[in-house]
Design a protein around this ligand. Structure first.
Ligand code: AMP
Length: 506
């Protein structure tokens, strides 16, 4: 089953139903979107000579074109490699090379960033909105290519602990199951309902597209191309039964915004991707009413490990309401979820261990990375790297992240990647990067440095090699890092030191 069939059918059955919105306007109906997709798919197979299974990268900001490119790739039987347009050129170059993408379709203005890092395997670079793109969109349409459930649909690049991103292979089945789980358990969708893409479509928000196409909803892209609270509130007022996925930091900004908001058109605001402070969840509930839901998932089991339902979030009368509000909810119906000890044996309620998950929504592995696949999927379970515990009612609470992942503003940052860059500076002898809790961003990146480098030089080094959002927001210079007997840096101790330092400095 090819995911593109959902769009093709919508184009036939409901050609005049709105499919894509930009700001307050409907820009494409299902007939138009399906038609454009069939033609662009024809060009990918014909003009560009791509064959089923080939990868096509999309490096684009949120836009209506994102929808047609993604669906054209699937329609043509190809696999999409969406990459965050905010990444550094060198990071994008790695993803292009590792995925073996033959074609890259990118937003205007990104060519200069990517060109110096483009691998030899990349045959064509197409700019959305450019002359080439317009020509491709006018090609002869083709029929949807047959695809099996196990065929690759989306290579979802996450950051690895070693600093190199890994490509979680999301098949047509994985995305189909995730979409059904969402519509069944998180947010039922009716004809004409809207989904607002304020988070990157290359990552969290993009996974919400398919369920809305299946149920003939409208995918709406804010004119700001992302997240501006004033515009979001305006769009909540414009569209019918509108939902939005938002990282907890985005929800906090909405709650803090002084702008007027009438929540009556809001169907659901879904938070996920990072922990939410209980205080922030309570304030969001006060502002938006019973319209909030939570999702816990990861790229390897997209959107779908556990969910805290709207009813649970709003059930103030329940004796354990606050505990539940601080949890990630109950496992989705389509997955097995256990909390396990080091031998992968299920632990009873109340005990803390690693969260393991299995089911049709779990990726079959990482692209071209058998070692990481074997370690992540050993024994048939996805090892999430998250630590948590079930309560006796079956609600799962995330206690900590077992790895040292930093989540800042909803984006994942692996310390090692930043450390490796900082260590390139001659005057940096040792460095350890940690996350410091921050009420606005969730966490901010802090570098503990042994050496005599100046913060401005370290900033410049980071800007030349990694994405801007990964750069440390604070540098602390110390004489020695805390280490164990084997010489390994103790990050837990460093975090405790950092917290104490924060208290001393007020
Ligand atoms: P990603 O693969 O980029 O989606 O990141 C997945 C990671 O984000 C998970 O392994 C968790 O550590 C974290 N995460 C996702 N959803 C939640 C949530 N609802 N609450 C707390 N942490 C979350």
């Amino acid at each position: 089953m090819n995911l593109a069939l959902w769009l093709e059918r919508a184009g036939k059955s409901h050609p005049h139903q709105p499919a894509a919105g930009y700001g307050t306007q409907v820009v494409l109906d299902y007939g138009q979107l399906a038609g454009r997709v069939a033609r662009l798919a024809g060009a990918l197979r014909g003009d560009l000579g791509l064959v089923p299974g080939d990868r096509v990268a999309i490096v684009a900001k949120n836009s209506v074109a994102y929808l047609e490119v993604l669906y054209a790739i699937w329609h043509a039987g190809l696999a999409a490699v969406p990459a965050n347009a905010k990444l550094h050129g060198a990071e994008l170059g790695y993803i292009l090379e590792h995925s073996g993408a033959r074609v890259c379709i990118a937003s205007e203005g990104l060519d200069a960033e990517i060109a110096p890092h483009a691998p030899k395997s990349l045959e064509r670079f197409i700019v959305i909105g450019g002359k080439d793109y317009a020509r491709l969109c006018a090609a002869d349409p083709i029929a949807v290519a047959p695809r099996a459930g196990d065929d690759l649909a989306w290579l979802f690049y996450t950051s690895g602990t070693t600093g190199r991103p890994k490509g979680a292979m999301l098949t047509h089945r994985v995305l189909s199951v995730a979409s059904h789980a969402y519509a069944a358990e998180v947010d039922p969708i009716m004809l004409g309902d809207a989904i607002l893409h304020a988070a990157p479509m290359s990552h969290g928000s993009g996974l919400y597209i398919m369920a809305h196409v299946a149920k003939l909803g409208v995918n709406v892209i804010p004119e700001s191309g992302g997240f501006e609270p004033n515009e979001i509130f305006q769009l909540f007022g414009r569209w019918q039964r509108v939902s939005m996925f938002a990282a907890p930091t985005m929800i906090k900004r909405l709650v803090d915004s002084a702008a007027e908001c009438d929540p009556k058109n809001i169907r659901t605001i879904i938070w996920g991707g990072a922990p939410m402070y209980l205080e922030d969840a309570l304030r969001a509930l006060d502002r938006f009413g019973p319209r909030l839901a939570q999702i816990y998932g990861q790229g390897e089991s997209p959107m779908t490990i556990a969910t805290l339902a709207k009813e649970d979030i709003a059930d103030r009368a329940h004796p354990r309401w606050r505990e539940r509000l601080a949890s990630a909810g109950r496992p989705f119906a389509c997955v097995d979820v256990i909390v396990a000890n080091a031998q992968d044996e299920a632990l009873p309620a109340g005990e803390t261990g690693e969260i393991l998950c299995r089911g049709d929504v779990v990726m079959p592995g990482y692209w071209n990375n058998p070692d990481a696949t074997a370690s992540s999927l050993r024994g048939g379970w996805l090892h999430t790297g998250d630590v948590g515990a079930f309560d006796p009612d079956g609600y799962l609470t995330l206690k900590d992240r077992s790895k040292d992942l930093i989540i800042s503003g909803g984006s994942n940052i692996y310390p090692r990647e930043v450390e490796e860059v900082l260590l390139k500076h001659d005057a940096v002898r040792e460095v350890s990067v940690i996350g410091r809790p921050d009420r606005e961003w969730g966490e901010i990146v802090v570098a503990y440095v042994v050496g005599a480098a100046r913060p401005a030089e370290l900033d410049a080094l980071c800007l030349s090699e990694i994405a801007r959002f990964k750069r440390p927001k604070d540098y602390v210079f110390i004489d020695a890092l805390p280490k164990n007997n084997y010489g390994k840096i103790l990050k837990t101790e460093l975090r405790a030191m950092d917290a104490k330092r924060g208290q001393q400095h007020g």
